[in-house]
Design a protein around this ligand. Structure first.
Ligand SMILES: NC(=O)c1ccc[n+]([C@@H]2O[C@H](COP(=O)([O-])OP(=O)(O)OC[C@H]3O[C@@H](n4cnc5c(N)ncnc54)[C@H](OP(=O)(O)O)[C@@H]3O)[C@@H](O)[C@H]2O)c1
Length: 340
């Protein structure tokens, strides 16, 4: 595989396929193997995505010496177990969000990877899109003045289905764990940029949620966070309510709107952000264009960190993940949502 990072994809679900497509267009990675709990599913995935090796168990993939990095894309409750097992097998690990069911699980995952000397990153792919980098640069430039308020939503409407990963409590269902980490990590990122830090932690937090009567998980949820410097963030998420799924940053001298903050495009293309300067008659449109695939950019940054001998990926560090996980813990605690 030459200088390419040899990936093993652990599971054959929806996002595993999207990731494999992304890596197929990356500069530094190749998906060399896929693993499923079923040999037939692994083979079907391998055929669909031109993956050379299909393993009929996750264990077989972890003991395959041809694999250098594992992408964990199971439902959330199994993330940490497979991260730790991958680390013990000497593999670098990119794990889907949320890294664990709670912060304490994520700590165990980072400890295992530190001990094994492998890189671990939680897969917040939006951090690698040039649009996100532009937003951070604009905030840092001071053009919208002092950042006062951030609004961000990731909330979609899925009809209730008892068995589905999104709704089933046994599979870590609910909006806070599934998509709450996007607006929370975004607010922490932007508050950090405003304060001259990679990310910031809230000093206060108020959360609310509507718990689904049958499943018990949160159908939709909202939270208000305050950060140092009187920066407020209103964040919302859900699997049972469609929202605009946009992000706004309001400053003393203007505002920035990001109409599509999380997946500006999967397979390259144009995206835009709007910059309204105080006193201007209309907002300015800033166009961002890339030919690269979103999940390919994420995989390339991960490969670059390994090639550079780093212990973590600068765009999504361990402390950053643990900060987001801590907020998600507070959010669930505020609304009485527990997984056992
Ligand atoms: N970053 C993103 O853009 C993004 C988008 C969507 C989801 N995600 C994250 O990725 C993870 C997977 O989401 P998904 O939507 O791809 O889920 P999915 O389509 O339901 O796939 C999950 C896969 O996990 C494997 N699995 C292992 N144990 C399982 C169990 N007990 N029950 C069900 N499946 C099991 C299955 O693969 P095998 O049968 O082959 O073993 C299954 O296909 C979640 O943690 C989610 O938060 C991230």
């Amino acid at each position: 595989m030459g200088s390419h990072l040899a990936w093993g994809v652990l599971s054959t679900g929806r996002i595993a396929g999207t990731f494999a497509r992304g890596v197929s267009r990356s500069k530094r990675g190749r998906v060399v193997a896929v693993a499923s709990r079923s040999q037939a599913k692994a083979e079907a995935f391998a055929a669909r995505h031109s993956v050379p090796i299909a393993h009929g168990s996750y264990e077989a993939l972890l003991s395959d010496p041809r694999i250098a990095a594992v992408y964990v894309a199971t439902p959330h409750p199994f993330h940490v177990e497979w991260v730790i097992r991958a680390a013990s097998a000497g593999k670098h690990v990119l794990c889907e969000k949320p890294l664990g069911m709670n912060r304490a699980e994520a700590v165990l995952a980072f400890e295992a990877c530190r001990k094994a000397g492998v890189v671990l990153m939680e897969a917040y792919m939006y951090r690698f899109h040039p649009q996100t980098r532009s937003v951070v640069e604009i905030v840092k430039s001071g053009v919208i003045g002092r950042v006062c308020s951030i609004q961000a939503a990731f909330s979609f409407h899925l009809g209730y289905q008892e068995e589905s990963r999104a709704w089933a409590k046994s599979l870590g269902g609910g909006g806070i764990l599934d998509v709450g980490g996007y607006p929370v990590s975004f607010a922490r990122l932007i508050a950090g940029a405003a304060l001259g830090m990679p990310f910031a932690e809230p000093v206060s937090f108020f959360g609310a949620a509507a718990l689904h009567s049958a499943s018990g998980v949160d159908a939709y949820a909202s939270a208000l966070m305050t950060f140092p410097g009187d920066i407020h963030a209103e964040v919302s998420c859900g699997i049972g309510l469609q929202r605009d799924n946009a992000a706004w940053i309001y400053g003393s001298d203007g505002w920035l709107q990001i109409p599509v903050p999380w997946i500006p495009n999967r397979e390259g293309g144009r995206s835009r952000i709007l910059l309204q300067k105080r006193g201007a008659s209309s907002p300015e449109e800033i166009v961002i264009e890339t030919e690269e695939f979103l999940y390919g950019m994420e995989a390339d940054a991960f490969a670059q960190a390994i090639a550079d001998g780093l212990r973590e990926v600068p765009e999504v560090t361990a402390d950053d993940t643990l900060g987001t996980m801590a907020v998600l813990d507070r959010w669930r605690a505020a609304v009485g949502l527990e997984y056992n």
